[in-house]
Design a protein around this ligand. Structure first.
Ligand SMILES: *Cc1c(COP(=O)(O)O)cnc(C)c1O
Length: 363
């Protein structure tokens, strides 16, 4: 007897496109919000020395509770006393775990659109209905539209990327406060870009009984480690903890993240430097004819190209060896606020100049 995957795999999964990551060979990578600075040699030496001294026993399972790493995360990020903490293999894993936990039949996952694509994908993985809340043309959330969607769709789970990817802006905190209070379910504020932003909900996380704040080390320079965390009221986290696969944070990640967190000021200094480069690049881009680079509280810029040109410019940049993200697609609704838009990660000074020169030459 033969069986094909199509006969057995769930329809929602068959309908999905796999998340594709373009292979890179020597290109300037400005498409994934990575920190452009590799560790200097002396730091690499210290790291390898630390690993040698710690002598991680790779024949043994990791510390399942990651006790020491959690202590360091609490201290580094000033997690409020009394808040619980759960770690993920990247925050992607925590998005998935939350959706799985709340996927009762008919349950709804709500998020702004456009926002981080993983929210929609994970809704399909877990069998939740996805309720997109369209952003306004200026990338803000319209209070009437948001509150109406909350009322009508009654989401079990809401995600708000704060600041938002791919638009770079931060939503009005007073509106999010109202949304958390009127939401009938769990709200997760995803602060992946907090190092580049001027406000956070972390210190207020215990003022609500249905809010969790999510952070990741990826956008501050440790994307290769895969470490994210959720924090908030312990009663929610105790339930989510049941779904966490016991050894999801490897021994090498626990040791290396601990090492990096002891040097957190170096990482924040890089984030501060990138904020300066962001301001410079935005200023220069806005002087180009037909280009609008929007304000950003992240380590990327969202730019609008002359009508109908985004895809051609995206291809032209790729031919120059520069990878950026094209937000425009033929399939975008006519009213989408990211028509004709590209998203470019803030790179090193040299990379930003290369990008700027290429784009100007292509215009
Ligand atoms: C990049 C990004 C993440 C993913 O973070 P990982 O910890 O690398 O999985 C989560 N949320 C948003 C909004 C992001 O842009």
């Amino acid at each position: 007897m033969t069986v094909t995957p199509e006969q057995l795999i769930r329809d929602e999964i068959l309908a999905l496109q796999a998340y594709s990551v373009a292979p890179t060979r020597g290109q300037v990578k400005l498409d994934a919000m990575e920190n452009p600075y590799p560790w200097p040699g002396a730091l690499l030496d210290d790291w390898l020395q630390m690993l040698r001294e710690a002598g991680p026993a790779l024949n043994r399972y990791p510390d399942a509770g990651a006790v020491e790493l959690k202590r360091q995360l609490r201290q580094t990020f000033q997690v409020p006393d009394g808040a619980g903490l759960i770690l993920g293999n990247g925050s992607d894993e925590l998005i998935q775990l939350s959706a799985l936990a709340l996927a009762r039949p008919g349950a709804v996952l709500l998020a702004p659109e456009p926002s981080f694509v993983m929210y929609r994908m994970v809704a399909s993985f877990a069998g939740l209905d996805f309720a997109p809340v369209p952003l306004s043309q200026d990338f803000s959330l319209d209070p009437d539209v948001l509150l109406r969607n909350l009322r009508q769709r009654q989401p079990a789970l809401c995600f708000f990327a704060y600041p938002n990817n791919p638009t770079g802006n931060r939503f009005d905190p007073a509106l999010l406060d109202e949304a958390i209070r009127s939401a009938p379910g769990l709200v997760i504020i995803d602060e992946a870009y907090c190092a580049y932003s001027e406000h956070s909900f972390l210190s207020d996380v215990l003022r609500y009984d249905n809010l969790l704040v999510m952070r990741t080390l990826s956008k501050i320079g440790l994307a290769g480690l895969r470490l994210g965390f959720l924090c908030g009221p312990q009663n929610w986290l105790s339930q989510l903890e049941k779904l966490r696969l016991p050894y999801n944070i490897s021994t090498l990640t626990q040791l290396s993240a601990g090492f990096a967190l002891r040097r957190y000021p170096q990482l924040s200094a890089q984030a501060e430097r990138l904020k300066v480069l962001r301001r410079e690049l935005r200023y220069r881009l806005n002087a180009l004819p037909g280009i609008t680079a929007y304000p950003s509280e992240t380590n990327f810029l969202t730019l609008r190209c002359p009508p109908g040109r985004a895809q051609v410019l995206h291809r032209g940049l790729r031919e120059h060896g520069l990878l950026v993200k094209c937000l425009h697609a033929e399939t975008l609704p006519a009213a989408s606020p990211v028509r004709d838009c590209l998203r470019v990660t803030i790179g090193s000074e040299t990379e930003n100049i290369l990008f700027f020169r290429s784009l100007s030459s292509l215009l």
